[in-house]
Design a protein around this ligand. Sequence first.
Ligand code: CAA
Length: 379
Amino acid sequence: MDFQFSEIHEMIRETARKFAKERVAPGTIERDEREEFPKAIVKELAELGFMGMMVPEEWGGAGLDALSYALAVEEISKVDASVGVIMSVNNSLVCFGLNKEGSQLQKERFLRDLASGRKLGAFALSEPEAGSDASNQRTTAVRDGDSYILNGVKNWITNGSTADIVLVMAATDKAKGAKGISTFILEKGTPGFTVGKKERKLGIRSSDTVSLSLTDCRIPAANRVGEEGGGFKFAMKTLEGGRIGIAAQALGIAQACLDASTRYAKERKAFDHPIAELQAIQFKIADMATSVEAARMLVYRAAFLKDSGSPFGPEAAMAKLFASKIAVQAALEAIQIHGGYGYVREYLVERYLRDAKITEIYEGTSEIQKIVIARSLLK
Ligand code: CAA
């Protein structure tokens, strides 16, 4: 067992930390207020190789591992969780799956641009009636010669209005349930493909969340990813890796809460002493630090298992379940430590709470993570 990072991991963490401090931190509050997508930051992330981290260099990626990716998402999310999720979706839900299951032609036409960050991707599984119950797909894809015709509505799509390319799950044979779902590459500009209303969210407000509408969208059959009927398994396998990204995002938020709390506790005086001298505050900080470290171990271990080629689905679910829970708790405690200052917008901690909450919901709610974990133990 080795708890040392390699030189590359250290370098990735430092690069991400420096970038987050210098390039992401300025304007976070304003972007959150204005619900403004951080376009320029995403472009710079691409230049750093952070938009296709796990894709081999031959396909435009950085050729790094899942641990490097988790470290980068953690560091970026520590400063701005909205940027963290934009990066996470492109890396693990779009690029990783395309690299694993895409044809040579699809990699040539789409993956290279996505992994290098010249284009942005989105992942469209959820629907108005298919959230946790993801196999209940109403979107249909009907084969017509060398094409498929797609119809349906997708909900809660991160990067949805900014994405150039969307991976869409749709039913090719409804009678077959989960085994009748396929995955398709849909390009922006396809006739019949429209972006619906932008969601006004509690947190991660500068990330882009929309519904997508597909009306008789004709796409080449060559845009189907993998076998017909293999789309649900594709989505599930892709989400296993995605959950490491969201767990890393939650970890970043929790670490930010701890950092803000220790800083504030040393500065703020009450009863003539810094509040850091009060045991009530010390206990909160000690609990917070312990849970952050425990979450970190789970996140890195899930990434390590993925990198070593071992099964990692339940471990990724555990990492997400735990890291998201402690991120919400850490944010609540950080607000409590900050008192009234924690409740107002000019201090960052109220945003940490708003941002943390979504990590218990997207890429599988905490309840879904428990199902994944329990099934792995009880099969
Ligand atoms: N890997 C490979 N195959 C898998 C799998 C996995 N991880 N999980 C399930 N499967 C296979 C099963 O083996 C089964 O195939 P067989 O019959 O051949 O064995 C098939 O898929 C159907 O599986 P289940 O019977 O388990 O399916 P289910 O309907 O009971 O659903 C579920 C299982 C775990 C609840 C699943 O629906 C799920 O994960 N739901 C949550 C969906 C989710 O995470 N959505 C997130 C949307 S994306 C997002 O949030 C992005 C964003 O904005 C940031």
